[in-house]
Design a protein around this ligand. Structure first.
Ligand code: DX5
Ligand code: ZN
Length: 226
């Protein structure tokens, strides 16, 4: 259908797959191709891995004009929301599995950030439905969180499609973001299912030319929904 491809997609490079000693250079490498950057915050408790916190976000902020899309894989995100805002986060996503969801989303908004809600591969859509109206972003995990470089879970595709229907039926403007194993082949499938923000770590930062990898993923997503 002519004109139907006007919908926007966003590629959010995940710094988890970058060299942590050269984060500013990694951000600069993708800056010509996208204005999003995905920062994976892991607490060693909600997930079995430890990564970055507010001081690292703050150190990176002067080196990047990108939208900092902070994915908090933490048991107690509420204790750190103001610290992430002060560090320069633009968008903060919390996991529905940690509970206290309505209050967390309200606090993220009150702090002036975009509010995101994430759900794990084995968490049903029903767990987030009551919160859809309070969201800017719904992050549907396509791997179990904790590590980069895992294989995309095909079985999550119907949940992405169901999320898209639920959002559209309510007339909401919530972006569906997918995270985990997004690369050539899976970016198209998730785009067709209704995703519009695509997090990719290894497919971008393990590529010889990260900016070219971003542009390739973007073109694949746009072609898939055209
Ligand atoms: C996984 C993180 C992802 C991860 C994706 O827990 O939330 O953002 O970096 O990495 P790839 O694209 O390599 O699956
Ligand atoms: Zn992530």
């Amino acid at each position: 259908m002519p004109g139907a491809s006007a919908e926007q997609v966003h590629i959010a490079p995940s710094l988890l797959s970058a060299d942590f000693g050269r984060l500013a250079q990694a951000a600069a490498a993708v800056a010509p191709a996208t204005d999003w950057l995905h920062l994976d915050v892991m607490d060693g408790h909600f997930v079995p891995n430890l990564t970055i916190g507010p001081p690292v976000v703050a150190s990176l902020r002067p080196h990047s004009a990108a939208l900092f899309d902070c994915h908090l894989m933490m048991t107690n995100p509420g204790e750190f929301l103001a610290a992430f805002r002060d560090a320069g986060a633009n968008s903060v996503t919390v996991h529905v599995e940690v509970g206290d969801t309505a209050a967390l989303l309200e606090e993220i908004r009150r702090l002036g950030m975009r509010a995101g809600l994430a759900l794990n591969p084995d968490t049903p859509l029903a767990a987030v439905e009551e919160h859809l109206a309070a969201l800017d972003l719904l992050l549907v995990m396509t791997v179990f969180p904790g590590f980069g470089g895992q294989a995309f879970m095909e079985e999550v595709l119907p949940k992405i499609a169901a999320a898209r229907r639920a959002i559209d039926e309510r007339g909401l403007h919530v972006l569906i973001e997918v995270d985990g194993g997004i690369a050539e082949g899976t970016v198209e499938k998730t785009a067709r299912a209704g995703a519009r923000v695509f997090v990719a770590g290894s497919a971008i930062f393990h590529a010889p030319d990260p900016a070219a990898a971003v542009r390739d993923l973007e073109r694949r997503a746009l072609d898939a929904i055209a």
